[in-house]
Design a protein around this ligand. Structure first.
Ligand SMILES: Cc1cc2nc3c(=O)[nH]c(=O)nc-3n(C[C@H](O)[C@H](O)[C@H](O)COP(=O)(O)OP(=O)(O)OC[C@H]3O[C@@H](n4cnc5c(N)ncnc54)[C@H](O)[C@@H]3O)c2cc1C
Length: 261
């Protein structure tokens, strides 16, 4: 069952349509584990309970249920990177950082292991008179950005601006869109610093009707959004910015850094 609700459509601006999905918990099997890049582990999941999985937007998230560092059950947010109903597979990409149980689970995962997932509970589907896309993020947003680039219709213009630790962490997306990729290299320890992203962003043209999507460490997402509003005069309804994690805090995110501002 789906429930549709439009919550943002001002005049000729973009529309973000919230789609609710029935919340389903699934127990899946790890079919494959791939070290995609030095800092990204790709897990392929499958099994009969995957049937009927729905993910309507590239920036959807599911909950994964894993043992916490103290052994008690805990949960984290991950992006459905690619769902293939024909083959019955779901890809999740895990940033290989140290200190968290989800990343530790992915590092230790092997075929035959099981993973409980829940959701997505909802999707935010962006549409409207969008001339081009600008997708900005760090390694945690790579799955959402990669999926968006791959799912955009042919000839759509999209620019990506992504911070990763090094050249070997860059990814190539198979896409029919007109895609311009900018990569920024910085150590993971500096993932809460916006300077590298801002330096490149300052040189980029942002034409009217560019929808800007930001997913990064919460402080970076806030700084980037504020820069877009103040310096580049991008209207707030053309920006969707989320803090995908918070440096120094476990299980922390800010789904909309523009909330209340
Ligand atoms: C909508 C949404 C979608 C997301 N999709 C993905 C995804 O597809 N793939 C993905 O890898 N992440 C994704 N994330 C981010 C992920 O949920 C967080 O990074 C989560 O905190 C990781 O859990 P953990 O158990 O490994 O670490 P936690 O136990 O949550 O954190 C432990 C410590 O590690 C730090 N930390 C957390 N994440 C990182 C990081 N990436 N780099 C460096 N330090 C970190 C924390 O600040 C804390 O100090 C998403 C987040 C959101 C909100």
């Amino acid at each position: 069952m789906k429930l549709f609700q439009s919550f943002l459509n001002r005049g000729d601006g973009p529309e973000i349509r919230r789609v609710r999905h029935e919340l389903i918990k699934r127990s899946l099997e790890v079919l494959a584990v791939e070290r995609l890049t030095p800092h990204m582990i790709r897990i392929t999941l499958g099994g009969p309970e995957l049937a009927g999985f729905i993910s309507s937007s590239p920036d959807d998230h599911i909950k994964i249920f894993i043992p916490g560092l103290d052994g008690a059950p805990t949960r984290r947010d991950y992006t459905p990177r690619h769902y293939d109903p024909q083959n019955g597979t779901l890809l999740l990409d895990f940033v290989n950082h140290h200190g968290g149980p989800a990343a530790a689970w992915a590092r230790a995962a092997k075929p035959g292991d099981r993973l409980e997932i829940g959701g997505p509970r909802g999707s935010q589907v962006v549409s409207g008179p969008i001339k081009q896309w600008l997708l900005i993020g760090d390694e945690t947003a790579l799955p959402a950005i990669g999926r968006r680039v791959e799912e955009l219709p042919a000839q759509t213009s999209v620019t990506t601006l992504i911070a990763v630790p090094g050249a070997e962490d860059e990814q190539v997306f198979a896409s029919a869109s007109r895609h311009a990729a900018h990569w920024i290299h910085r150590p993971m320890e500096q993932a809460d610093a916006a300077a590298g992203i801002l330096a490149v962003l300052k040189k980029l043209e942002i034409p009217d009707r560019t929808f800007v999507w930001v997913g990064a460490e919460a402080r970076v997402a806030r700084v980037v959004r504020q820069y877009l509003l103040d310096e580049r005069k991008v209207p707030a309804q053309w920006i969707k910015a989320s803090g995908y994690w918070m440096k120094g805090q476990a299980d922390a995110s800010v789904k909309d850094v523009g909330d209340g501002r």
